[in-house]
Design a protein. Structure first.
Length: 504
């Protein structure tokens, strides 16, 4: 029996089991008909970096003020059970391909293991076949070598930093321009570096807005991916006026800076939304906001969830997902269906009118269009798998049950042994594995079958040596005719990936 058939049968069993156990009643009455497939909206996808579910006042944060995110929340259809991967590059890989990141070879955020395999078909490539023009502004983080850059993966307009963060340096190919800073960053535009002016978040949002305005005047539908690196560490405040409201509030130094970066991002988002709403094409524009994983700062508000970035608990993988399209999607409405980042690809392709049936072997996600049309529409149960990855070189087998989870709409098995009923215990505080051994057994079998199937697809990047220079540094030095920095050169040696302790 094939692994896929086993997974299918296991899902059928778990769906039946979930139906037999008592659950909360759900109103399945259909909403007003909305024919969205093939409607071809402009699409603005905004994803902040390391901002958790609780980092906005509309989600109950008692300290942080986010008026523009709150307004977007009130205007949106909200997916309240929307899940991503535990870290940055894995989430980006999954949402751009519609499948789990391990199938793309992405098991880390550095060491060549962040590179999106070259035979994967990306969302912008698919949207371009439907006449869309595409742009990315911010963080790419799916490979810095020439063949992996966004301009080679479907994006027409590019303005990005390198690696997983501004100024980073790691062994191999992952890293940014030398000496880069959050203020006045040097950014890659697909052909050369631009030395920009201003705080990085402002640069990304404002340049994205400029490009959207150009597209609007040309009458072409567009897909804009706005992915600022904020509030990822290092925690660099945009200015003291942004940090001052959070000083003296019992927060750590990092938390003050972190909140200031989010408050500033909120203002940049508000500025962009005002530009969109002021244009004739604004009502034909779908705006999506989400974050890429949970927060990375300890001892701050987490909306009652357990865990942080890098963990398989809800605090690491459940994130906000706001979908706003005036006149087409119901505003101020929640949808509690179990959804995920892998659903973005089929949803946006369907809205764009793309026939992607030829990609059935790649796309694992589901189109959310039925839920966009009716948030209470029937939604079949499913299994979602989470794994942190980041095992040491050659030690994937030992990491099989480390920082992992598999779940359906009710039950979640963490680290192959802890069982939680998320309907009655969303904070994951009561392990029910002893009470429901049958559910534990079924979820374990499903997870093991999945692991056996995907592990071979992780090996190519895991074993890759990588380049001896970060390509972003090499391009920068070459463009500005600068000498190589010996200290940076030593830190980029890819051999350091394979020695103990790891070069970091």
């Amino acid at each position: 029996m094939s692994a896929r058939l086993k997974l299918s049968r296991t899902l059928a069993f778990l769906t039946l089991l979930a139906c037999l156990l008592p659950v909360r009643a759900t109103d399945l009455r259909p909403g007003p008909p909305q024919r969205l497939a093939g409607s071809r909206p402009n699409i603005v996808f905004i994803m902040s970096d390391d901002q958790g579910y609780g980092e906005m006042s509309c989600h109950g944060n008692p300290i942080l003020r986010t008026p523009h995110l709150d307004r977007l929340h009130s205007q949106s259809l909200r997916f309240t059970q929307y899940h991503v991967s535990p870290t940055c590059a894995p989430t980006r890989s999954a949402l751009l391909t519609g499948r789990h990141e391990f199938r793309n070879g992405v098991t880390h955020t550095i060491f060549e293991r962040e590179r999106l395999r070259l035979d994967a078909v990306t969302l912008p490539e698919v949207l371009r076949t439907a006449g869309y023009t595409t742009g990315i502004f911010g963080k790419w983080h799916l490979g810095d070598e020439d063949a992996y850059l966004p301009e080679k993966r479907g994006f027409d307009r590019v303005l990005i930093h390198g690696g997983g963060g501004i100024g980073q340096t790691f062994p191999g190919s992952c890293g940014d321009a030398p000496g880069n800073q959050y203020h006045n960053p040097a950014l890659w535009n697909g052909r050369a570096f631009e030395k920009t002016r201003g705080y990085c978040t402002d640069v990304f949002f404002d340049r994205a807005g400029d490009w959207m305005a150009e597209c609007g005047t040309q009458g072409k539908p567009f897909f804009a991916m706005v992915t600022p690196n904020a509030p990822h560490d290092p925690f660099v405040i945009p200015g003291e006026s942004w940090a001052a409201p959070y000083r003296g509030r019992g927060l750590s130094t990092n938390a003050v800076a972190y909140y200031s970066m989010i408050a500033h991002l909120d203002a940049a988002l508000g500025r962009l939304m005002a530009r969109i709403d002021g244009q004739p094409w604004g009502r034909d524009t779908l705006v999506i906001f989400q974050t890429d994983n949970g927060h990375s700062v300890d001892k701050i508000f987490n909306a009652g969830m357990r865990g942080v970035k890098g963990t398989p608990y809800e605090g690491g993988i459940r994130v906000p997902a706001f979908w706003r399209w005036p006149g087409r999607l119901p505003a101020g409405t929640d949808c509690a269906a179990l959804t995920a980042h892998i659903d973005l690809f089929p949803t946006l392709a369907t809205l764009a009118g793309v026939d992607f049936r030829h990609l059935h072997r790649q796309v694992e996600g589901r189109s959310l269009v039925p839920l966009l049309e009716n948030p209470q529409a029937p939604w079949a149960d499913r299994l979602l798998v989470t794994h942190f990855g980041r095992w040491e070189y050659g030690e994937s087998a030992a990491a099989q049950y480390r920082l992992c989870a598999i779940r359906n709409s009710r039950f979640k098995l963490v680290n192959h042994r802890e069982l939680y009923d998320l309907q009655t215990d969303p904070g994951e505080s009561q392990d029910l594995s002893a009470r429901h051994p049958d559910i534990v057994n079924q979820l374990q079998k499903a997870y093991d079958a999945w692991w056996t199937e995907v592990l071979p697809e992780t090996e190519a990047n895991d074993q890759a040596l990588g380049s001896y220079l970060n390509p972003f540094k090499q391009r920068y030095w070459d463009q500005f005719n600068l000498p190589r920095d010996p200290e940076l050169m030593s830190r980029m040696d890819p051999v350091m990936k394979f020695v103990r302790p790891r070069g970091r």
